[in-house]
Design a protein around this ligand. Structure first.
Ligand code: ADP
Length: 783
């Protein structure tokens, strides 16, 4: 009996190529959220728990979406907690509720110790009393229960070390479109699609992990950068390495099938070939002195062991073996003398059969006599209807057909027995030999797993070097200080969608001269979101150990990256646009540290203008005063440019106005944007001329109403009593007026009057209204 669930499947047909297939468990014990996750198809097994200080449900949500399990075992009582239950329902995994009593730490510790054959879990970095042990124990028992056998390829339980990785929460991963795009949730137009040029399935899975878990420690990042740099500077070697990688199949998954006793002869053949290809790869890299340049090599012991496994498989298994155990056709000639003897006998018996047929042909004179075989009656002699009168007496009839008769003879039955027993013996012997080989190969499971991990790593390094070469990236310089200096940076994904050289690079420098907060203003379509996201992506790529799309980049280490885009609905979660936005903003303000990178786009947009400005203003001040982390804050609330703080730098997206036409060169520069040019963008989008003109006229009127905003300003001034701020706000109000005039000057008054006239339906206009319109039009023309 085999039970297949989404999280315990190990057959290729059920698995996604290039992504892990995780089974996960979660419980809350001692006030901490504990999770464990395992990929049965590759043998990975990890556990960890949230910090006591952390918000357990937020933490869980972030981990859940990072891991993206196919199946999840949940402590029963947790499903009743709204936030956790909701997250579990959203993640599209199959959910299995487990009674609370099953999450027992002591029992789980026993299960794990027994499984790993250790007296203590300390070697894995766990204590017997750690609550996450309970989640791990439940997971292992469940997997073994489903698979009906011990998972011997799961050889260690690793602690997912939060401190080793830059934390990226769910919304950030989504907004940055790392592995799925926001449009149709596929891999198209994602960072992964640009960087993942790996040649092996194991490499593809690892690349995804590297992207979702960028490194936090300088030494670890530098080591990866060294590896990428080796390939980047040795292009021929990179090409050859990638070619060799092309012959490596999915070793991790082959190994898990081997461990589960599910590998058939074709799997073993594939494994043998992949091991050989891996050995050639390491030998090649050794020849080019790659060791010591961030590329981890196979140790001599391991190489010997793997070479002997590969040699065994090459010697033993046929090139095109059967995938069934009870058909023979698996083992090579020359591997086992007894098998060779039986095969010779079998082949000779076939010859005897042919000689016997000749004999009977001569005896009977039936020249078209044939010997055939079917499963029901075995071997038989077939005589066509026209020759039936030549059939001799010793032919025993077995079957009559329309076209003839089937016979056996004593001699034929005797021959059949000989053939079948030889065949049976061959099949049985092949089966035994195969199982013995499989067992022998299983003994090297740990070494082969290590080899597969090293190959995946090399694949990722070569893939990053290939992407850097193809797209013109540079090696970032990683520093401890909270600096961000990107010269002529580009968006790695957007630039791919444009003709070569069409993307406008941008320079951004924060932290070096004390300003760490960039407040970016600019009209819609001017390129704000792109420059924001490209900065986050460049920082993330640097932390992955990748080269980055820029002319040069100095990146100070970050501990967390947050990327928020205002106004996105989450109807599935039952939250309004604005609630989602505030929820996410709260999360950032409560979680970010001075080492984080915060990217906020249009915060406060989901509500009315007055409270939107007020919230954006307060959030900015809080980030500047309390968190003091590197921040890029894009806003269309020009009022915010009135905030004065030594940490804040006003930046804007350039706008070029020439002869009444406006263009956005997508260039980031110092200064304050002079307006939002919404009407201009509407015209670019092709709104009818009348609508545009009417909107321009209305904007003019609304601007005067907007002076009401001064109420906030004066209130804020009174609260802070800072003369410098009120001065700058005054300057800002003037700025606004100038902008309105400019926006109106795009259209002549005559245009506006004509547009207004076109909009009137005389049949629906009362005489009184007509007089009002007339005086309005006259006033417009006088202006
Ligand atoms: P905003 O956030 O200011 O509304 P976006 O960042 O969404 O603007 O950019 C608007 C459009 O301009 C996008 O379609 C994008 O492809 C293009 N774009 C943005 N930045 C650049 C750039 N640096 N070079 C070329 N095109 C760009």
């Amino acid at each position: 009996v085999e039970v297949i669930t989404p999280g315990t499947a190990i057959e290729d047909d059920f698995l996604e190529h290039g992504a892990n297939n995780y089974l996960m468990s979660v419980c809350v014990l001692e006030g901490r959220c504990c999770i464990a996750y395992m990929d049965v198809s590759t043998g990975e097994f990890r556990a960890h728990a949230s910090d006591e200080k952390e918000n357990a449900s937020e933490w869980f949500r972030s981990e859940l979406f990072r891991i993206a399990p196919r199946e999840i075992l949940v402590q029963q009582s947790l499903l009743e907690q709204p936030s956790i239950g909701q997250a579990v329902r959203e993640c599209a995994a199959v959910v299995q509720a487990h009674p609370d009593w099953m999450f027992d730490i002591a029992h789980a510790a026993d299960v794990l110790q027994r499984h790993f054959g250790v007296a203590s879990l300390r070697g894995f970095g766990f204590d017997r009393n750690d609550p996450e042990i309970a989640a791990a124990g439940v997971l292992l028992e469940y997997a073994e229960d489903m698979l009906r056998q011990p998972c011997i390829h799961i050889r260690s339980l690793l602690r997912h070390d939060d401190g080793a990785y830059v934390s990226l929460d769910e919304a950030t991963r989504k907004n940055l479109e790392l592995v799925r795009n926001l449009t149709d949730a596929t891999r198209r137009d994602t960072l992964l699609a640009v960087l993942d040029l790996t040649r092996t399935a194991g490499g593809a899975r690892l690349m995804r992990r590297w992207m979702l878990q960028p490194l936090r420690k300088k030494a670890a990042i530098e080591s990866r950068l060294e590896g990428v740099s080796f390939f980047y500077h040795h292009q021929l070697e990179m090409a050859e390495t990638r070619k060799l990688l092309g012959s490596v199949l999915d070793m991790e998954r082959l190994l898990s099938r081997l461990a589960m006793n599910k590998a058939h002869a074709k799997d073993l053949k594939a494994l043998g070939n992949s091991l050989e290809a891996s050995l050639s790869l390491f030998a090649y890299l050794k020849d080019c002195n790659a060791a010591g340049s961030g590329i981890r090599m196979l140790s001599d012991d391991l190489r010997e062991e793997i070479a002997s496994v590969a040699a065994l498989l090459a010697r033993a298994i046929l090139d095109e073996p059967s995938i069934l155990l009870n058909e023979g056709n698996m083992i090579r000639n020359g591997y086992n003398p007894e098998l060779d003897r039986l095969r010779a006998l079998h082949q000779d018996t076939q010859g005897v059969l042919e000689r016997y047929l000749e004999e009977e042909k001569n005896n009977t004179g039936i020249q078209n006599l044939r010997i055939r075989y079917n499963r029901v009656i075995g071997y038989y002699l077939e005589v066509t209807r026209g020759k039936l009168d030549q059939v001799p007496e010793h032919f025993i009839r077995r079957q009559s057909l329309v076209g003839g008769e089937r016979y056996t003879t004593e001699k034929l039955a005797e021959l059949e027995h000989q053939i079948e027993s030889a065949q049976d013996r061959i099949i049985e012997l092949e089966r035994k030999l195969f199982l013995a080989i499989r067992e022998e190969v299983q003994r090297s499971l740990a070494s082969m797993t290590e080899c597969a991990a090293l190959v995946a790593e090399i694949d990722c390094l070569a893939s990053l070097a290939q992407a850097a070469t193809a797209n013109g990236y540079v090696r970032p310089s990683i520093v401890e200080e909270p600096i961000l200096d990107i010269q002529n940076g580009r968006h790695p994904v957007v630039e791919q969608c444009m003709p070569y050289g069409a993307f406008v690079p941008n320079t951004l420098s924060l932290g070096a001269d004390a300003a760490w907060f960039a407040l970016i203003t600019g009209p819609n379509m001017a390129g704000k979101s792109t420059v924001l996201r490209q900065t986050a992506l460049i920082v993330l790529m640097a932390h992955m150990g990748s080269y980055v799309p820029a002319e040069s980049a100095t990146i100070g280490l970050v501990d967390k990256i947050f990327c928020r885009v205002g106004a996105q609905d989450n109807l599935a979660r039952g939250e309004s646009t604005f609630l989602v936005e505030m929820h996410e903003t709260a999360f950032i303000l409560n979680t970010a540290s001075s080492r984080s990178l915060v990217i906020m786009d249009e915060v406060g947009r989901g509500t009315g203008t007055l409270d939107g400005v007020a919230i954006a203003w307060a959030v900015t001040e809080y980030l500047l005063e309390n968190i003091r982390c590197r921040t890029l804050f894009a806003t269309h609330y020009h009022e915010l440019t009135g905030i004065e703080h030594p940490g804040l730098r006003n930046m804007r997206m350039a706008v070029i106005e020439r002869e009444g036409m406006i263009s956005f060169p997508k260039r980031l520069e110092s200064g304050i944007s002079s307006g939002s040019y919404g009407i201009h963008v509407a015209r670019l989008a092709g709104l009818p001329q009348e609508v545009i003109a009417q909107a321009a006229a209305l904007e003019h009127r609304l601007r005067s109403l907007e002076r009401g905003l001064a109420v906030i300003h004066s209130a804020a001034n009174e609260a802070s009593n800072e003369p410098s701020r009120s001065d700058s706000r005054h300057a800002m109000a003037k700025n606004e007026e100038k902008h309105t005039e400019r926006s109106l000057s795009l259209f002549s008054q005559e245009d506006l009057v004509i547009a207004r006239l076109k909009g009137i339906d005389p049949l629906k206009t009362t005489p009184l209204e007509a007089i009002q319109i007339l005086s309005e039009l006259a006033a417009m023309l006088k202006q």
